[in-house]
Design a protein around this ligand. Sequence first.
Ligand code: HEM
Length: 303
Amino acid sequence: MTAQAGICAEPNLHAHYLMFNILSEQYAKVTHALAQVPALWQELTQTYPDANFSGLVAIGNAAWDSLYPSARPAELTAFPAQKQGQRVAPETPFDLFFQLRADRLDIAYIAQQKVMALLAKLVELKDERQGFRYLEMRDMTGFVDGTENPQGDERAQVALVQEGPFADGSYVHVQNYKHKMARWEKLAIKAQEDIYGRTKPDNIEYASADKAPTAHTKRTSLKDDAGNSMEILRQSMPWGTANAQGLVFISCCNTPTHFERMLSNMFVPDEQGHFDHLTLFTQAETGAAFFAPSQEWLSTKGA
Ligand code: HEM
């Protein structure tokens, strides 16, 4: 099986993100259209070899059974919404998610237009966002994002289902975060660094003993009961408009459990009342769970 390139791709300069819901009674046609997506990814990659294009389509939890009634990824479930007073991570389900990335904005745009043409009259566009590389791969809070991501072969091991009918597919979670920038910028640099557990200008990790129990990197570094690291591959990118900015957070993993545990650890206070203080400075506006099947799954199931 062949994974869609966007799951494990190295970071790019530009991205277009599209969220769709499928119009009623159009499911069979959408399944058929999705069968043509791997050929579209190939066409774009071959036509513009300098653009490092990578495509990804992922199918929403609620839409899966209508699109592919014959079989379902074993662990595909709804997005694990969080609510702790004002700190919330809502569930906003979508049927289809497209991540269209390239090092040329024009090619990402062409990809977007081709996806729109492929799905014309079958879907409703519910959300669109443009991501871009900010400085040295920094998030809009000014910190380098992605440093501790799996590297090399480990990316595929973490992100892709390893065996069975859904091999080379990936469980994908997407959240759009809008930062509370005015509030964040009032913090001293040291206070910002304590919130991540890393330094800001040179991106050096704090020693474990120096990390606050509320630090983002502390609360998202988890081990399972056997002592193994629970990892995800983050494919997030910043977005920004004239008066708002944030992060399109994207997690790809061979199981949804790692993301679910991390998100809960960020929001739900532990026995000492500690939670991830990053959640005080950014607001999740969307949250949806998907599965991104292999190219062969897409092209044969709808043919
Ligand atoms: C680490 C930013 C949300 C999981 C980091 C780092 C930054 C960052 C700057 C440190 C550098 C790095 O290793 O990448 C953000 C921002 C977020 C966000 C701005 C939202 C606005 C999330 C969410 C999760 C998550 C929702 C998972 C549920 C992780 C993990 C690490 C990390 C696993 C690596 C921890 C380590 O091993 O040191 N994040 N993050 N992040 N983040 Fe986030």
